[in-house]
Design a protein around this ligand. Structure first.
Ligand SMILES: Cc1ncc(COP(=O)(O)O)c(C=O)c1O
Length: 361
């Protein structure tokens, strides 16, 4: 039993910024003098459309989205996009995928149902501890797009560069890194992200889709996955995840208040450095991801053996440092330190790790 909020290192759904939660709490019953809660508003009402338009404008502002892109809100998290992407974009050709982790693998497996998929790189030979270099990427001439997962949530790796496809549309799953740092949106055909890390509660997906990208949906496409229809209906083909979109607006206000994505990157780098510096100076813990591929959002590490890993997970949870047990595909531990995790939380974790090491060495 905890009487205060604890530090939650969950990979997702994960912590939301406390000021956002407090604002939701304050506005929950009666939003802005309307007398009703946001989740009770018709999505077609003027009061909700004002919120919706405001959120879209703030997405463009905070991510500095250039002209010629659509901001779309979708149902079904990132996983629905694993299907929607090939259904909309593969057309007559094939599609190139890089497998750098579990979600990249799932995206490719789903895409295979709808067309010819070329796995142009696969890092499973070293249990996804590294990221291919640009020169390793050999694109297929008839590929309609190249898909990669920018941050591998389970394995704790991230691409340290934006791949250059030589003009082929670039599609990126940014579920676990969006809004963590500035992004050159102009390099992408499609960016998509499930919400439950840096955006809002789960089930919403944010899409940033380049206008004019050849969207040729397959004939039997479900209408809620049809990008042309989503664009035409301004993400309101049916009832959108209204409350989640509103929370995204509050999250964006919070990021703006901190100084935008440039400031957010500095904060995130500083947090990650505290943990990586500690790991690099410890003979007890081991961090499997190669240095150039280290994620600043999900940090994986191990103790010397599985019994100690289990003891670590149990004792850290009891100390108010929750959800540090690594994913079953990797074992060990994983600290997910998304935007909302305060520096104080990472310092507390490192202090705990030091004590655990001393006790068990
Ligand atoms: C990188 C990445 N892609 C996709 C997903 C799947 O997201 P969802 O559960 O929203 O479908 C996750 C989930 O954690 C993820 O981390």
């Amino acid at each position: 039993m905890f009487t205060e909020r604890i530090y939650n290192f969950s990979a997702g759904p994960s912590m939301l910024p406390e000021p956002v939660l407090k604002r939701v709490q304050g506005e929950l019953l009666n939003y802005g003098g309307t007398g009703i809660a946001v989740m009770e508003m018709s999505h077609r009402s003027k009061m909700y459309l004002d919120i919706f338009e405001g959120v879209k404008a703030r997405v463009c502002e905070v991510l500095d989205i250039p002209e010629g892109y659509h901001v779309l809100f979708a149902h079904g998290g990132a996983t629905a996009q694993f299907s929607a992407i090939p259904m909309n974009l593969i057309g007559e050709g094939s599609a190139d995928y890089a497998i750098t982790g579990n979600f990249a693998q799932l995206a490719a497996a789903e895409a295979k149902k709808y067309g010819r998929i070329n796995i142009i790189y696969d890092t499973s030979d070293k249990n996804h501890t590294y990221i291919p270099r640009q020169t390793d990427l050999k694109f297929t001439p008839d590929a309609s797009y190249f898909h990669y997962c920018a941050n591998n949530t389970i394995f704790g790796t991230a691409w340290d560069y934006i791949p250059d496809t030589g003009g082929k549309p670039l599609v990126s799953d940014m579920s676990s890194c969006i809004l963590s740092e500035p992004l050159d949106v102009s390099k992408f055909g499609l960016i998509y992200a499930g919400a439950q890390k840096n955006i809002a509660p789960s089930a919403l997906a944010l899409l940033i889709l380049k206008d004019g990208l050849p969207v040729k949906p397959i004939t039997a496409i479900p209408k809620v996955l049809d990008y042309n229809l989503m664009i035409k209906n301004d993400s309101m083909l049916n009832t959108p995840p209204t409350f989640n979109i509103y929370i995204l607006g509050l999250v964006l206000d919070w990021i703006k208040g901190l100084g935008g994505l440039t400031a957010m990157r500095e904060i995130n780098r500083a947090k990650a450095a505290v943990l990586y510096d500690f790991l690099d100076n410890s003979a007890f813990y081991n961090a499997p991801a190669v240095k150039s591929a280290r994620s600043i959002m999900n940090i994986t590490f191990r103790t010397p053996n599985e019994e100690l890993d289990a003891a670590f997970a149990k004792e850290s949870a009891a100390a108010g440092l929750a959800n540090l047990k690594g994913h079953r595909l990797v074992g060990g531990m994983r600290a997910s330190i998304y935007n909302a995790m305060p520096l104080e939380g990472v310092k507390k974790l490192v202090e705990f790790m030091g004590n655990f090491e001393r006790k068990n060495s």
